[in-house]
Design a protein around this ligand. Structure first.
Ligand code: NAP
Length: 461
């Protein structure tokens, strides 16, 4: 076979790729931006507008006609008009009959109307095939080309063929269509752009709450208590010393909270003897924001790394080191190297470095560009196995740092435990229960349940 023949074929113009004309009702911000992008992608665009006067803002290769004439030229009509003006479409029912109408509208409030805008449009024009789509993309992003943040376009509709046509346009614009099912999903799609960091809310509030709590805790123990009993003014600790205690503590607790819902889920499944019953809502929500919890934990751990690296630059640390050297010189005595301390400090640093390295690896694999390139098993291996290893290393890092000192009475100022002791409660609990769950006599039934086995099957033969 001629090796070049396929190349020749590929280079030959493909006339069947000619795009179908698309009609856009409305020459506002979104209509213009979408039209511009469509023309760039090879679609002939005709606008249906109240005014047929051409303005400089309208893409120059587009035609502008009255609504009826424009609708007659295309089988897909994009309605780039606010919902409150949809009434003007009713007299056009005949010309719009059998056509695909794409509802791109958004609202100003969550669940603003009893039915979604797309369902309302379908009620107004029962002879047309309504598809919801494009509402999660902004006009600015379409026009400026900065669509990296969200290339996904949620699409839903009752007519499968119509939905496919819209999804093909989405793909042609280099966006990614996500089929959300029937028109019933339209309300959810319309609410989506109105939500403010929905998956981040809980992790952000939780991390802020923990940060404030531990900051005040350290302030009381390290600054106020020291001032009252030792008359030392260590208020400058609030700049670096206290944040460098709070950050690792919050990071470790948040990392443990990433794995805690999985533990609860396993216990619930073992107790119920089935995986076919829904988890409680709070657990579902918690599971859904594990990635965000992990990323915030990584941010806190990174801050801890930076604060630790600048420690030798601190005036307080230089003063303390100098004081130690001068006292040895005055006593004319060199302190021998304490090998136990040398082992402890090197070990806790090594554990911290390894734990942080795995933590960064987890963060990197959670990025969509990376996770899209690994299969489900590889993703689970990194997120579960390496994740637990990172939790073990970070917990060990804290334990070794505390060492015997955790048991010393001086670690309990005002009968309060040091924050490092508090930081170990959740991670140690998670690790102990996880260890119990992987004991074969518990792990085996759990694996069976996760493969679909039920202790008391509902539909037994
Ligand atoms: P816009 O700039 O206000 O444009 C709306 C267009 O609707 C007007 O330019 C006008 O076009 C037409 N119109 C206004 N009143 C009308 C009436 N009484 N009867 C018939 N047509 C009328 O709004 P937009 O920002 O383009 O938004 C349009 C739709 O896209 C909205 O539903 C919005 O929720 C949705 N959306 C917008 C964005 C965005 O980033 N802007 C993103 C996603 C979704 P003519 O003068 O040509 O008739």
């Amino acid at each position: 076979m001629n090796k070049n023949s396929s190349n020749t074929m590929a280079l030959a113009p493909n006339t069947s790729n000619k795009r179908e004309t698309v009609c856009i009702f409305g020459t506002g911000d979104f209509g213009r931006a979408l039209g511009h992008k469509m023309i760039q992608s090879g679609y002939p665009v005709v606008y249906g507008s109240r005014s047929t006067q051409i303005s400089n803002l309208i893409p120059k290769d587009a035609e502008v006609l009255g609504h009826t004439e424009a609708a007659q030229k295309a089988s897909i009509i994009i309605i780039a008009i606010q919902r409150q003006h949809y009434n003007f479409l009713t007299p056009l029912a005949e010309v719009l009959h059998g056509k695909v109408l794409v509802d791109i509208s958004n609202n100003l409030k969550l669940n603003q109307y009893p039915e979604s805008n797309a369902e309302y449009l379908a009620q107004l024009l029962p002879g047309s095939k309504v598809v919801k789509g494009f509402n999660t993309v902004s006009a600015w992003a379409l026009q400026s080309g900065t669509l990296d943040a969200s290339r996904q376009v949620f699409v839903c509709g009752d007519d499968v063929e119509a939905k496919q046509m819209v999804m093909n346009i989405v793909r042609a614009l280099s966006l990614t269509p996500v089929d959300k099912g029937s028109l019933l999903a339209a309300q959810e799609i319309e609410n989506y752009p109105l939500q403010l960091f929905p998956m981040w809310k809980l992790p952000i509030f939780l991390s802020l709450g923990l940060t404030v709590f531990f900051f005040l805790y350290c302030l009381v123990l390290d600054v106020i208590c020291t001032y009252i009993y030792e008359k030392n003014n260590f208020a400058f600790f609030i700049a670096i010393a206290i944040p460098n205690r709070v950050c690792p503590v919050v990071a470790l607790i948040l990392l443990a909270l990433v794995y805690l819902p999985g533990i609860f889920a396993a216990i619930i499944q073992l107790y119920r003897g089935t995986k076919y019953r829904r988890f409680p809502d709070w657990l579902d929500k918690w599971m859904l924001c594990r990635k965000q919890l992990g990323l915030i934990a990584l941010a806190f751990a990174s801050l801890h790394v930076v604060f630790t690296l600048v420690t030798p630059l601190r005036a307080f640390v230089s003063w303390r080191t100098g004081k130690g050297i001068i006292s040895q010189a005055l006593n004319n005595k060199t302190e021998p190297l304490n090998y136990t301390n040398a082992w402890i400090s090197d070990s806790y640093l090594a554990l911290g470095i390894l734990g942080y390295f795995l933590f960064v690896l987890l963060g990197i694999t959670s990025l969509p560009s990376v996770s899209n390139n690994v299969n489900w098993r590889e993703f689970r291996f990194v997120q579960s196995k390496l994740g637990y290893l990172s939790l073990i290393l970070c917990t060990a890092h804290t334990l070794v740092y505390g060492g015997k000192w955790f048991l010393s009475p001086s670690a309990y100022k005002w009968y309060l435990p040091n924050i490092y002791i508090l930081s170990l409660i959740v991670p140690c609990a998670v690790l102990v229960v996880k260890f119990v769950l992987i004991i074969p006599c518990i792990d085996k039934p759990l694996v069976k349940i996760r493969q679909g086995w039920e202790r008391n099957p509902k539909y037994s033969e």
